[in-house]
Design a protein around this ligand. Structure first.
Ligand SMILES: [Zn+2]
Length: 229
């Protein structure tokens, strides 16, 4: 069934879509409350304008909002956020697979494409791509029913010395981070072995695809989502 909580007549504009998507991402996929300050920090908007928007979204029954508790997505708000995320990730995959973009180049373009309104276009795109389950950064793509599978739950930093894994996603999909990964030859499905962990600063010596050694910082290791093998 498609987006069962949404009333098709309630039009939602671009700014509202971006807020719902942000709240979804900051709330552990709609599970927790998000404070006004967390939203204003993330979106780099003034707290007063964030509050105004939260009131609007609350009037449309897309969030529950109480002044000191922050915002919590309603089922309808969650559906709307998932719709935007679905479009964003399908477009990212399309750009990488069919228009020869690299994974570090697609996010900004998908930020624009995710607001296209035609559901028919998105459903055809989904079909054209073969109903994919994850985007070029390893993030799950919600299906037409809003369902998605969370695949990544561990980071490289959680592995012990000697353990092996495959890169299945990135926590940080900024182009700066992805460009860095390009430089050290890490991409999705790259095999990584932890050779040594340095207690001094948390950096990790790894072997990439059993070929070359590389030291990565603690920060980098916390942003690599992996599946142990
Ligand atoms: Zn993106």
């Amino acid at each position: 069934m498609r987006w069962k909580h949404l009333n098709e007549t309630s039009m939602i504009n671009l700014a509202e879509e971006n807020y719902l998507k942000t709240i979804f991402n900051l709330s552990g996929n709609g599970k927790e409350n998000v404070s006004t300050s967390a939203i204003s920090d993330f979106m780099e908007n003034k707290p007063s304008s964030v509050t105004d928007m939260l009131k609007k979204l609350s009037d449309k029954s897309l969030i529950n909002y109480k002044r000191y508790n922050g915002a919590y997505l309603t089922p309808a708000g969650k559906d709307e956020a998932l719709k935007v995320i679905r479009k964003h990730r399908l477009w990212e995959l399309f750009l990488v697979k069919h228009l020869a973009f690299s994974w570090h180049e697609v996010h900004e373009i998908a930020e624009q494409l995710e607001h296209v309104k035609s559901e028919l276009l998105i459903d055809r795109l989904d079909k054209f791509l073969g109903y994919p389950s994850s985007d070029p950064h390893g993030d799950p793509i919600p299906g037409i029913d809003g369902k998605y599978r969370l695949i990544n739950n561990k980071t490289l930093g959680e592995l012990a010395e000697g353990e092996r894994c495959v890169l299945t996603g990135v926590k940080n999909s900024s182009s700066e981070f992805l460009k860095y990964l390009n430089e050290i030859n890490i991409s999705l499905n790259t095999r990584i072995r932890v050779l040594k962990k340095y207690a001094f600063d948390g950096s990790v010596l790894i072997k990439i695809n059993e070929k070359h050694r590389q030291t990565v910082s603690r920060e980098v290791s916390k942003n690599l989502l992996i599946t142990p093998i």
